[in-house]
Design a binder for this molecule. Structure first.
Ligand code: ADP
Ligand code: MG
Length: 709
């Protein structure tokens, strides 16, 4: 198609027909803040309408394949079924040669449009009749009505490969297609290019405007397979551009942090190092040592540290964090260690106190909900500098918490906190160092996109003496085996966890499930054993009492809601049973599994599920049977679930990547990241910088706070 490019450059969303302030607001809600965003809305799929199938051809397609037909309505009717509120819309359509039954479920409004003679495009498959004697039918096809008075516009909807965009802000794929056409014809993308010339050199990519045109209106001989797989030069160019914008924004955030020189310097010497290491009751593993060296370099370097420490559950990240905190303390600064739950805060506090008491270093604790004299005293000590080390929960964010000279912020299990929370704690100091840790590893691609403003370091090994955990997925029989395993292990002096899922909608239900389960177990399969119950709604003292008796071995079986998910460390625990494992994420299950296998004895993990779960869910759980390596679990989780769900880019106040996919397009991602880095060193061109900031700079977004488990 040829269009005059002579149009005004300043075409706006509101200039498009049918887009008024209300639509524009709805689009903004979907993350589309202008015509530039609008144009990069990716098609969900492409449909080859260069030739339509006949109804006979459609009926002959192999099972699982769909096709596109151009038909006219013969008859149509809407039927209310006996099931209340359930409607069927039935139509008989014809392609001129044969007739075919079509049915839509629960779309009663369709009937209004299906007058005899009305032409439409259907995308679907012919299903055999539901019961014997019923004719085959096309079920719930996607449909596009053709206007009754066919204008010249048909050229963009037919006779070619057409894009089918996801319905957005109430705009149908056909509407969207029309708008894209008008926008491009109006020159909305003319003359714009964000990729600097030097990066385009050597890459056989079309110019931006042309790429957008091909994205929405592929030229005639484009291979539909390549289109579908996002492999055309036009698509790859736009995907690269999207990554380049993201990494440019992240580079800028990094630079802003780094450009500021550090306000103070840490003091270090081999003697200090020896003193620090002597405080740990063990020698560091090679992985811990390497990570610590890197982090120490950061702390001694000229700019504030911003680092993400990744390691599998149990790899000993805490020890590295402790060394960092001690070094800060040696240098006369304060360090704050933030964890997502009270339970974990108390445990870390206990452990650190035990560790540092001989050296005479006090460790303060701050958890939520306490307004008593102790809390006040802790606040005073932080403000005066009398307290050097503090472990705490979200309570550390409180406005009234002030530090005399905060030098380091450590955030454990970062995924439980929002970006703005992290910033709030950082702002309590004068450019403090920042060390962020994940609970279980996330794949590199995800780490780069989500935490690209941080430097990355990994611990790949584990402390010695870990035993592999035998993992079994199953329902009834597995439960029976789990219960006898618990009995056998408890008899041998060991301990067990039984975990119930958190019911997201209601903490009450969640507690009820655990409480009920507890009662049943105590009277049934585990009668005679010493059981303890902990859940998130318990008073923290009570919870602590039970956790302490579990740690001491008095409670043999701990029944818990997923509060134990975080960091609990009891070496004698050798059995972990997870109820409704299908409700947990893989990373979460892997982390739970990390609660066992911490001692000398063989450990067992049972992931129980109801009998009738979907095979995908079973397959997902199977990943945990096949590997113990958290990096591998994370990789498979990303592949299975797809990046969309995991991206978490909403943290940036934006709905995330539109065209790019961090799994499919990993090569372009790595390339764009490298390029953004070297651009940042040599100077980021204005156009790229402006667009990167516009698109990815944090917007104030609500709903980041996560509640304690
Ligand atoms: P995570 O990385 O999951 O946070 P932790 O820091 O909680 O792991 O460490 C897990 C356990 O391993 C703790 O009991 C800790 O004391 C122990 N540990 C850590 N490093 C070593 C080491 N180098 N040698 C022996 N035990 C270690
Ligand atoms: Mg930990």
């Amino acid at each position: 198609m040829k269009h005059p490019v002579q149009a005004p450059q300043s075409l706006e969303l509101l200039d498009l027909p049918g887009i008024g302030p209300v639509r524009a607001a709805a689009l903004a809600e979907a993350g589309i803040h202008g015509i530039g965003d609008f144009l990069t809305l990716a098609p969900r799929r492409y449909e080859d309408r260069s030739g339509f199938l006949s109804l006979t051809q459609l009926a002959r397609l192999d099972e699982g394949h769909k096709g596109t037909v151009l038909v006219a309505v013969a008859t149509a009717r809407c039927i209310r079924t006996r099931r209340r509120g359930f409607t069927l819309t039935r139509a008989t359509v014809t392609d001129g040669a044969v007739e075919q039954e079509v049915v839509w479920y629960n779309q009663p409004f369709l009937a209004r449009h299906l007058h005899p003679g009305r032409r439409m495009i259907l995308y679907g498959a012919v299903q055999p009749g539901r019961t014997r004697g019923h004719p085959p039918q096309i079920e719930n096809p996607e449909l596009e009505m053709l206007p009754e008075d066919e204008g010249t516009e048909q050229a963009i909807h037919m006779g070619r490969v057409v894009p089918v965009h996801p319905r957005t802000a109430g705009l149908s794929p056909r509407n969207l297609r029309r708008l894209f056409h008008l926008a491009l014809a109006g020159g909305a993308a003319a003359g714009l290019d964000f990729i600097p010339q030097e990066l385009l050199a050597g890459r056989a990519w079309p110019a931006r405007e042309e790429a957008l045109r091909e994205l929405h209106f592929p030229v005639e001989d484009t291979d539909p397979g390549r289109l579908q797989a996002c492999r055309t030069a036009a698509q790859r160019r736009l995907i690269y551009e999207e990554f380049l914008l993201l990494f440019t924004a992240l580079e800028r955030q990094r630079q802003q942090r780094c450009r500021k020189a550090r306000a103070w310097t840490a003091t270090w010497s081999p003697q200090v190092e020896r003193r620090l290491r002597d405080r740990l009751p063990f020698t560091l593993t090679a992985g811990q040592s390497a990570a610590w060296e890197t982090i120490r370099q950061d702390i001694l370097g000229p700019h504030p540290m911003a680092r993400l420490l990744q390691g599998d559950v149990g790899s000993g990240k805490t020890a590295v964090a402790i060394l960092a905190m001690l070094l800060i303390l040696e240098s006369g600064r304060q360090a704050a260690f933030m964890v997502p739950t009270e339970l974990l805060a108390m445990q870390h506090h206990q452990r650190l106190q035990d560790l540092l008491r001989p050296a005479g270093v006090p460790v303060a604790l701050m958890v939520g909900g306490r307004q008593d004299a102790t809390a006040r005293r802790v606040r005073e000590e932080l403000a005066s500098g009398a307290a050097g080390l503090i472990i705490g929960t979200h309570a550390l964010f409180q406005k009234k918490v002030k530090f005399a000279n905060l030098g380091l912020v450590v955030i454990d299990e970062q995924h439980r906190f929002g970006v703005s929370q992290r910033t709030r704690l950082e702002e309590k100091g004068h450019r403090p160092d920042l060390l962020v840790m994940t609970a279980t590893p996330i794949p590199r691609s995800l780490a780069l996109t989500r935490y690209g403003d941080l430097d990355l370091v990994e611990i790949r090994d584990r402390p010695p003496g870990r035993t592999p955990v035998q993992t079994e997925v199953g329902c009834r029989r597995a439960r029976t085996r789990a219960m006898s395993m618990i009995r056998a292990e408890v008899e041998a002096g060991r301990q067990a966890y039984i975990v119930y899922p958190l019911v997201a909608e209601s903490a009450k239900l969640d507690v009820a499930a655990a409480t009920e389960g507890y009662a049943e177990l105590a009277e049934g399969p585990l009668a005679g054993l010493s059981l303890g119950l902990v859940h998130g709604r318990m008073a923290s003292q009570e919870r602590r009492r039970i956790m302490d008796s579990f740690a001491a071995g008095e409670v043999q079986v701990l029944v818990a809601t997923s509060v134990i998910e975080v960091g609990i460390d009891v070496a004698a625990a050798t059995v972990l049973v997870v109820e409704h494992a299908e409700r947990f994420g893989l990373a979460q299950l892997h982390q739970l599994r990390g609660r066992v296998g911490r001692g000398r004895h063989a450990s067992h993990c049972y992931l129980l599920h109801p009998t009738d779960i979907a095979s995908e869910a079973k397959h997902r759980l199977g990943v945990l049977v096949s590997t113990q390596d958290g990096f591998e679990v994370a990789r498979q989780d990303l592949v299975l679930r797809g990046p969309g769900e995991l991206m978490g880019l909403r943290q940036h106040g934006s709905p995330g990547l539109r065209l790019a996919d961090i799994v499919r397009d990993e090569d372009l991602m790595e390339q764009a990241r490298k390029d953004a880095r070297s651009l940042a060193a040599s100077g980021i061109p204005e156009a790229l910088m402006t667009e990167a900031c516009r698109r990815w700079e944090p917007r104030p977004a609500g709903g980041e706070t996560e509640q304690e488990g």
